[in-house]
Design a protein around this ligand. Structure first.
Ligand code: P5A
Ligand code: ZN
Length: 472
């Protein structure tokens, strides 16, 4: 892709995902097409969370004193908070923060809700908008000031061990979710100087965008007892003593939608994994003057048999050239298109076209074509997943020479190297390369290079595999 930024901008407009002309920087309008895509992306995540989380909905506004309570947290967000200062003409006695995230909205309530060990664990989530006055260059879906699709989960536990387990559980959920989207990811632990404000540690998912820059698409934080102590969230143990709870939180944003669009899309437009495509199958009747009615009848029959099997199907019988319809539905990313003309009908056949490979497949209309299409869905999403993972993995290179790092990253590589883990050494690596350390992997590192056990900078024992890349 020549210029990803331009391509991304164009596709959002051409596929009518969002309208970014809204007159506030960093805020856009979801158009019907985009809204449907957004809905079908949220759905599988909700399904995963609904297993053992409960959905809630907290207010948008947070009283100033609650936001201010957790010192480290508020410091991390102080430059990004929008404030409500007036009600009509009247100046408010207490300013109200528009949530940049909901810890300080939720945790005072958790303090009321948590009583006994019997109440624990508690696992909640909500899908809401949050606001962050981002100072870096904003970009639709990628860096926005209104995050319209903030999927945040918050859990409360009796023990540290349970909170550690929950971090693993959240990682598992997010992996499953990204797999449904066929999005590749690198999981790493953020350096301590880059963790979520108030967290003990942060695990982050990054993906690789077509311009060679990595994008953080999700984070899982172990909050330890920091917020519990600030908001006085305690419980009565089985032994009738009182103890602070342990907490975790994790979240995803509109960036997930941006990565689906950006990673899979091509010069023809969107390419959507079947599971989340608003139109999974698009039927296009090829009608000439004669035999039109029979063709339409058959198309309708195919449509209802697909729909009765839960396949989202649409039929495009507008009175325009078929070629124009092909073009439009390729642009919209419909994973499968079915073409049916009078000659096909005579032969009891139809043509299936895969969006991922543009391959044409003839199907017998007297066979079980519904199962055939369901099998194709699996094949398509596996193919898309493999392509995306291969591309990302191919750009990861390992080095033991600090002087090479900058060049490699300029070359759109993700670089892995050994690092001692020492904070001063890490910051000096960042200074020398002028690039931030993305994160580290330790046990079961995916990108460990066995013959480099010495720190790339100081030569001491390399405790971690560290990753660096151009980032958004
Ligand atoms: C976890 C959920 C939190 O806010 N509180 C509740 C925790 N974490 S976070 O890392 O700050 O944000 C979660 C994810 O949101 C994405 N993100 C953004 N997306 C678009 N525009 C922004 N301005 C923006 N800021 C953060 C990131 O993917 C991040 O991992
Ligand atoms: Zn070192």
């Amino acid at each position: 892709m020549e210029d990803f930024s331009q391509w991304f901008h164009n596709i959002l407009e051409e596929a009518a995902i969002i309208d970014s002309r809204y007159p506030i920087k960093g805020m856009s309008v979801w158009l019907p097409n985009g809204f449907k895509l957004r809905k079908h992306i949220i759905e599988p995540l909700k399904k995963l969370l609904d297993n053992d989380h409960e959905e809630v909905l907290f207010p948008l506004l947070v009283p100033e004193d609650e936001l201010a309570k957790e010192g480290i947290h508020v410091k991390g967000f102080e430059d990004e908070v929008y404030w409500v200062t007036h009600g009509g003409q009247k100046k408010l006695n207490k300013k109200l923060a528009i949530r940049p995230t909901s810890e300080t909205a939720m945790y005072p309530m958790f303090s009321l809700w948590v009583r006994s060990h019997i109440d624990l664990p508690m696992k909640f989530y909500q899908v809401v908008n949050t606001f962050r006055y981002e100072t870096k260059h904003t970009r639709p879906l990628i860096r926005v000031r209104e995050i319209t699709t903030f999927k945040e989960a918050h859990t409360v536990h009796a023990t540290k061990k349970e909170a550690d387990e929950q971090v693993k559980e959240a990682i598992k959920i997010y992996k499953e979710f990204f797999d449904i989207l066929s999005i590749p990811y690198i999981l790493s632990k953020r350096p301590v100087w880059d963790k979520f404000p108030g967290a003990d540690y942060t695990m982050a998912f990054d993906t690789l965008m077509p311009d060679g820059k990595t994008l953080q698409i999700g984070t899982v934080h172990n909050l330890g007892q920091t917020f519990a102590k600030t908001f006085d969230i305690t419980y009565e143990t089985a032994e009738s003593t009182h103890d602070y709870v342990y907490q975790t939180c994790y979240g995803l944003s509109d960036r997930v939608i941006a990565s689906v669009i950006g990673i899979h899309g091509d010069e023809k437009g969107l390419k959507l994994p079947p599971e989340i495509a608003p139109n999974q199958v698009t039927i296009i009747p090829i009608i000439f003057k004669k035999g039109g009615e029979e063709v339409l009848e058959m198309c309708n029959e195919i449509k209802s048999s697909l729909e009765s099997n839960g396949i989202r199907t649409n039929m495009d019988n507008r009175d325009i050239r078929p070629g124009k319809k092909f073009y439009e539905w390729e642009l919209n990313g419909s994973p499968i298109r079915i073409e049916l003309g009078p000659r096909d009908l005579e032969n009891k056949k139809a043509i299936i076209v895969r969006r991922d490979t543009l391959e044409k497949i003839e199907v017998d209309l007297e066979s079980d074509y519904v199962s055939k299409i369901e099998d194709l869905f699996i094949e398509i999403s596996e193919n898309m997943q493999k392509q995306a993972w291969d591309k990302m993995n191919n750009s990861i290179v390992s080095t033991d020479n600090l002087e090479n790092v900058k060049e490699l990253i300029k070359d759109e590589k993700i670089v892995s190297f050994s690092w001692c883990g020492d904070e001063d050494c890490g910051k000096s690596i960042e200074e020398i390369t002028e690039i931030d350390i993305l994160g580290t992997q330790s046990e079961n590192s995916d990108y460990k290079n066995s013959n480099e056990s010495k720190c790339i900078n100081c030569g001491k024992e390399g405790k971690f595999t560290a990753l660096m890349a151009k980032t958004y």
